[in-house]
Write a protein that binds this ligand. Structure first.
Ligand code: M6R
Length: 614
């Protein structure tokens, strides 16, 4: 979601802040701003739009070696310059950038306004600037005046919600105060210069020595390093870590868009996910990060899979794999719903929290709920060292490599592949013979090449693009493992091309959505050769009977191709691994439709790469 970057030391701040914002822009990109301490005051720039628009306004040689910056994804208040961060206190001596949400903003704002404070924005974040300022000025005899850390701590004790903040004081131009509660922050330690960012990705160009802040901590950062405190008092011993597996900024390479590049990276990404994990000789798999012995697997009573968006659809695939192959009850759940229904957590179940970014607030919330209830939860995560990976402690990295386009593509495939590997491990302990296991291992290992082959010649996607660009609505259908693939295809087309879509398990169509069909309505049916194929074909016929035109994604060589108005074949694999192939035309459809409609493909409107608010 929003991104924070800050620096303090002896080198010019502006290049670091702008470079950091560019690296974090994929997280939120509706407006950006920065503040630098200089000449006894604070110099602030804010702009609606991309970082490049902010950069065009800021003199590269602006003096000042201490500053904070922010790229925003709006939560409270429209996308305007006034709502962009940093937010200032009434006299412009304190600047705050904030990720997260202040839940009791209404009450706090009313109280401050009653005391004469004038608000300049509609944001919840501005409350922080005014509150900190009050304590800093000595409004509370219990809080020492002119003490930046004490003022921030006091302010945070009265707010409720989530935050990652960086605060700059004109009266203390040699330090930054940062605090975390539910929104990640990492301090980078350099030589005579320190850094702060919401994502380590923004720091690696400067340092690899870092301190991750934990929830409830407040940090005072200066040129020489960081001192960390609990928000309620007491010093924290910093654990300095070395960043090893952090991605650089790879750019688009030879591709016009990150999304297309990431679609085409899937064969290599899948290879990375599988290599060293499947054990062909025994027909099984090994996931060291789970640290589960066969004896532990034998005790598992059920598997719960939690994720949001694309990750949730991958969970739906994973749950079906686990039940079908390992015969262990498994359920996928939308993470944003999970903790709000006071779930029953079986202590003998294993939960998997599935997330590309590892920062999705709702998924992290689900992890915490499971932990509070004494359950076991492990991560299936792409970003190494992310909040979910750290909160879970144990898990599987999916090894997609950097996924920077907002629309998730290669992470979906690797989440499915990682869960297929997990399923093999579990199934081999329970249901599968070595011989059967070896067959599955062989088929899974062949998938990356099949993906490569399909992407080299993807079929008549452009015809389908023509069907959907002007459509009032596109219906996606699939059964079994293809139902979540259909849903993922619809999500992709909506978010990248802004085309209204509905996805339904094919058998449910006749219970309502069929009423939407008119002559020429585009319907996309996902029906690889599996035991449900024939049932899905009946639904296809029902669509055609209403005049809809049907595109069919099916297994290469299957005679059902003739039943559709448009046939898109994908290479044959085991029905269990078919989602890794059938999803590909849908990814390309979203990409090419977005392109045809002139959309901002890598930065679709209203979205952000990682959703760190609930
Ligand atoms: O980082 P995560 O995998 O936890 O993200 C979950 C969703 O926000 C994400 O998949 C979102 O739906 C994507 N924009 C889909 O392309």
């Amino acid at each position: 979601m929003c991104g924070i970057v800050a620096t303090v030391g002896h080198s010019p701040a502006i290049p670091v802040l702008l470079d950091g914002l560019r690296r974090l822009e994929y997280r939120g990109y509706d407006s950006a701003g920065l503040a630098v301490a200089r000449d006894g005051g604070l110099t602030v720039y804010r702009r609606v739009g991309r970082v490049r628009e902010l950069a065009a306004q800021v003199p590269e040689d602006l003096s000042g070696s201490v500053g904070i910056a922010h790229t925003r994804w709006a939560t409270h208040g429209e996308v305007t310059e006034a709502n962009a961060h940093p937010h200032l206190d009434g006299v412009g001596r304190i600047a705050v950038v904030h990720n997260g949400i202040i839940e009791n903003m209404g009450a706090l704002k009313a109280r401050l306004q009653a005391d004469g404070v004038v608000f300049r924005s509609e944001t919840d974040s501005e409350v922080l600037a005014h509150l900190i300022s009050r304590y800093f000025e000595g409004s509370d005899p219990a809080v020492p005046a002119d003490d930046p850390v004490a003022a921030v701590r006091a302010a945070l004790r009265v707010v409720r919600g989530t935050w990652g903040i960086a605060v700059l004081f004109a009266d203390h131009p040699d330090l930054i105060v940062a605090a975390r509660n539910g929104s990640p922050l990492v301090v980078g330690l350099g030589d005579g210069q320190s850094y702060l960012a919401s994502d380590p990705h923004a720091l690696v160009a400067y340092t690899r020595r870092v301190v991750f802040l934990d929830d409830g901590e407040v940090a005072c950062i200066d040129a020489n390093g960081v001192q960390t405190f609990h928000v309620d008092g007491g010093v924290v011993d910093n654990n300095v870590e070395t960043l090893e597996d952090v991605w650089g900024d790879e750019g688009r390479g030879a591709y016009p868009h990150l999304m297309l590049k990431e679609i085409h990276e899937q064969p290599e990404a899948l290879d990375r996910c599988l290599s060293g994990r499947v054990v062909p000789e025994n027909g099984t798999a090994k996931l060291g990060g789970l640290d589960l012995e066969p004896r532990d697997l034998a005790r598992l009573t059920r598997v719960g899979l939690l994720g949001c968006g694309t990750a949730y659809f991958a969970c739906q695939v994973g749950a079906q794999l686990v039940e079908q192959l390992a015969r262990v009850p498994a359920k996928a759940e939308i993470a944003s719903e999970f903790r709000h229904r006071n779930p029953v957590v079986d202590p003998d179940a294993l939960f998997l929290a599935v997330s590309q970014s590892g920062e999705t607030a709702d998924t992290l919330g689900a992890v915490r709920e499971i932990q509070v209830k004494g359950g076991t939860v492990m991560g299936v995560v792409n970003v190494v060292g992310s909040s979910i990976a750290r909160a879970c402690g144990r898990g599987v990295y999916i090894h997609s490599g950097p996924e920077m386009a907002v629309a998730s593509t290669k992470a979906f495939s690797n989440m499915v592949a990682a869960m297929a590997v997990f399923t093999l491990m579990l199934a081999r302990q329970r249901t599968l013979s070595a011989h059967e296991g070896r067959q599955y291992v062989e088929e899974l290992r062949a998938v990356p090449d099949l993906v490569r082959r399909y992407l080299a010649d993807p079929g008549p996607i452009d015809t389908l693009v023509k069907w959907v660009t002007d459509a009032r609505m596109v219906l996606f259908l699939g059964r079994g493992l293809s139902a979540p693939v259909a849903a993922e295809g619809a999500l992709k087309l909506m978010e990248v091309a802004y085309v209204p879509c509905i996805a339904y398990p094919a058998g449910e169509m006749k219970h309502g959505p069929i009423a939407l069909l008119e002559r020429q309505s585009p319907v996309i049916v996902v029906a690889p050769r599996d035991e449900l194929r024939d049932k899905t074909l009946s639904n296809l016929q029902e669509c055609k009977a209403r005049g809809a035109r049907v595109a069919l994604i099916h297994t290469e060589g299957d005679e059902i191709a003739d039943l559709a108005d448009l046939s898109i074949p994908v290479p044959a694999t085991s029905p269990l691994f078919s989602p890794l192939l059938t999803v590909l035309p849908l990814q390309l459809l979203a990409y090419r439709t977005g392109l045809a409609l002139g959309r901002d493909i890598d930065r679709p409107r209203n979205l952000a790469k990682s959703v760190t608010v609930e």
